[in-house]
Design a protein around this ligand. Structure first.
Ligand code: GLN
Length: 246
């Protein structure tokens, strides 16, 4: 790792790579490189120690058994907690949002301890939430709709320390607004707390939402990102938003 190279970690891709979320790290690297910022993606596997000094961390989604392995790894390896204590940005998708919470229940009703880095808990839903998910962003620095697809059985409730990433316009997100509604904390997607941004949006989410990618890059570098138009991405966004009726 060189000091002038932006280091982007993909944690546990062999177990949290089911949904293509590894692509998030590559989008971050590519958008940095196209602006003349040297960037490199580091893969950190289950058998590796998690380095605490990467500039950005990403975690993906996965199925229940893989997710349980990830929970155990993240509870016992101090690297990610040290990085978060130092304020390093982490993007966590779906299963990893659940794992970062206090606990989650899997499809068999087994309760698994999480990392406690996010003030969220996740119970098993009565059906899977599958399909396009579109939200209106609720975080400073984001103005454009967030688009992705969701595929999860868990229903996540935010505690007071976690803020939602977006308000659901299409799809389910954390939990149905009419069910388990606690102070309007359902009908939203994701969890934002400290340097963590977590969401149920797959896609990969950063391929569909360049504004979110650039927000993470800005936070990591401390610099405003120059505009970067990628026509294929704009077209993809139009198509996917239209598919969701947004
Ligand atoms: N296994 C979790 C659930 O079904 C997470 C799935 C995922 O990461 N897509 O809720």
């Amino acid at each position: 790792m060189s000091e002038s190279t932006l280091s982007i970690g993909v944690l546990l891709p062999e177990i949290l790579g089911t949904y293509g979320d590894t692509g998030n790290a590559h989008v971050l690297a590519e958008r940095a490189i196209r602006r003349g910022i040297d960037a490199r993606v580091y893969s950190v596997g289950l058998g590796d120690d998690i380095p605490a000094e990467l500039d950005i961390y990403t975690l993906g989604g996965g199925e229940d058994t893989a997710q349980m392995l990830a929970a155990e790894k993240l509870r016992t390896d101090p690297g990610l907690v040290r990085a978060l204590d130092a304020g390093r940005p982490l993007l966590a998708i779906c299963a990893s949002m659940q794992v970062l919470g206090h606990w989650y229940c899997d499809a068999r009703g087994q309760q698994v301890a999480g990392l406690g880095a996010l003030d969220v808990t996740t119970t098993a839903g009565s059906s899977r939430a599958i399909g396009e998910l579109v939200t209106h962003p609720l975080v400073d620095g984001l103005t454009e709709k967030l688009t992705g697809f969701e595929n999860h059985g868990g229903r996540t409730i935010l505690g007071v320390a976690a803020q939602p990433l977006g308000r659901v316009l299409a799809g389910i997100g954390n939990c149905e607004a009419a069910v388990d509604d606690q102070d309007g904390r359902c009908g939203v997607d994701g969890a934002v707390q400290g340097s963590i941004i977590a969401t149920y949006l797959h896609g990969p989410v950063l391929a569909r939402n360049p504004e979110l990618a650039d927000l993470i890059l800005s936070r990591a570098t401390g610099a405003t990102m120059d505009p970067l138009e990628v026509p294929a991405v704009s077209q993809l966004r139009r198509e996917r938003l239209a598919a969701a009726g947004c």
